[in-house]
Design a binder for this molecule. Structure first.
Ligand code: GLN
Length: 470
């Protein structure tokens, strides 16, 4: 069931928050052993909250699953890392959690992710494997793979994820659910464990566009605890949801429809574009000329910021601490050596390198300049189109591959999702059908819709139109 339909049932007295939680706990017990989306869940404390739930609130009594890099008071927040898995408990609620609670929601469940959200498969989790509910031999995508898999597997009603370069949209696409990355500054990041601070945003993963709108409505807005959150007023995301796409100009960037896209992905995305045109949208060809530099730019900037953010994990204040250190450098080195997994170490090494004296100008400052060009591409495009359409990923979910996967190939598969984060604009992934791929009969394909900065209302309206096309 969607969040919206459950809410109606709650209001009509046909179910209760406790019954919903018991249902989820049963579904988790029955299916999550196979899917592996949940790292942990605390039914007892959720039940205590359910007993107090105020159903008159916008999300009254609705459980929401939380990616395990968002702090919820008293709960674990492992970030999929050994570093935090042993003994860390969150000492406070993230602002999004505080807002969800104020709207009556119940945070329930801690969802698996790539370690510190670094990855596109959830295979970089140091803690467990998450499988795609559409095909258990395949990845759910990542890094919010647990959030997406649970929503697709009906073990969660809706979930929060975080998106630095695609981590909400790509797993949503691979699992056949809706995933929204809000514009930079739209949602407070206070209490999200930082990966790359100029790119990170928290957003919803849901079974319908309306559900995404309901969650964004609650999560969005300024926060004095996050200086990057914007003062801009939050519009009503629900009122115009069904206004349709008639008269809207939608751009197809030629750089997003080139070679290397699986035929089934191209077919389904083109069919979704046709369906929007049939509803009265005007589809026009556009160009985002600096697209080819997005992967290189992102994989300089994101690791640079990560190397700085992760320096706080030193074995002193929280998390893993190496046994019997001989001195302070030994404590730092061994705590980090033992606590971090291989992808995190790779990012820290890359980031430290591109920031180091002598290489800073050659890599980091140049990446910042190219980032401005990528942002300008979108600004120019949005002077003549209302929104942009593309695939989310070049291919559907690949098979689980573990350490046999080449990191560079993995980075390249982020080609369509990175630029929106570099530009700070909003983006959504909506399911647009299934395709046969690589021996699998039917895997989900996602359509990506990109909107201008703070254009979430329009983005959601277009996304909603893709649901009614059938
Ligand atoms: N796949 C990208 C990366 O590995 C994006 C991850 C994310 O959005 N958190 O960095």
């Amino acid at each position: 069931m969607t969040l919206s339909s459950l809410r109606q049932q709650l209001l009509a007295g046909q179910t209760t928050p406790a019954a919903i939680l018991s249902g989820l706990a049963g579904a988790i017990a029955a299916r999550d052993g196979r899917t592996g989306a949940y790292l942990s869940h605390d039914l007892e404390s959720a039940m205590a909250e359910a007993a107090q739930a105020d159903l008159s609130l916008p999300l009254g009594g609705i459980p929401i699953a939380i990616k395990d890099n968002i702090n919820v008071l008293g709960q674990p927040c492992t970030c999929g890392s050994r570093f935090l898995a042993e003994n860390y408990r969150s000492p406070y609620d993230a602002t999004v959690i505080r807002k969800l609670r104020a709207a009556g929601a119940i945070p329930f469940g801690r969802m698996n992710l790539d370690e510190f959200a670094m990855g596109s498969s959830t295979e970089n989790s140091a803690l467990q494997t998450t499988r795609n509910p559409h095909d258990f031999e395949r990845i759910p995508g990542g890094s919010s793979g647990g959030s997406a898999a649970a929503v697709a597997d009906f073990t969660a009603i809706a979930a929060l994820g975080s998106d630095t370069g695609g981590s909400i949209r790509q797993p949503a696409s691979h699992c056949g659910v809706v995933g929204l990355k809000p514009s930079y500054g739209r949602v407070s990041r206070y209490g999200l464990v930082a990966f790359a601070s100029s790119l990170d945003q928290i957003g919803p993963l849901t079974r319908s566009v309306e559900d995404a709108a309901r969650l964004l409505q609650v999560m969005a807005g300024p926060d004095p605890l996050d200086s990057t959150s914007l003062e801009a007023a939050v519009p009503d995301y629900l009122s115009g949801l069904n206004d349709g796409v008639k008269g809207l100009r939608l751009g197809l960037p030629k750089e997003y429809f080139g070679e290397g896209i699986a035929p089934g992905v191209r077919r389904q995305v083109e069919a979704a574009v046709q369906a929007l045109a049939a509803q009265g949208a005007e589809v026009v060809d556009i160009s985002l000329p600096h697209t080819q530099y997005a992967v290189a730019t992102y994989y300089v900037i994101a690791p640079a910021e990560a190397s700085s953010n992760l320096s706080r994990f030193d074995g002193v204040r929280y998390g893993h601490r190496a046994a019997n250190p001989t001195d302070i450098p030994d404590l730092y080195q061994r705590s980090r050596e033992e606590g971090f997994g291989p992808e995190v170490k790779r990012r820290i090494l890359l980031g430290t390198y591109v920031l180091s004296s002598g290489y800073y100008d050659a890599y980091y400052s140049r990446a910042q300049k190219v980032r401005s060009l990528i942002r300008r591409d979108f600004e120019t495009a949005f002077t003549h189109v209302d929104a942009i359409l593309s695939p989310v990923t070049p291919s559907p979910a690949r098979k689980l591959g573990g350490s046999a996967i080449d990191p560079l190939e993995e980075y390249l598969s982020d080609i369509f999702t990175l630029a929106p984060n570099l530009a700070g604009i909003c983006a959504i992934s909506v399911p647009c059908g299934l395709t046969a791929f690589d021996g699998a009969a039917a895997l989900p394909v996602g359509l990506q819709i990109l909107g201008p900065h703070l254009g979430e209302a329009l983005l959601l309206r277009i996304a909603r139109a893709t649901e009614v096309q059938g």
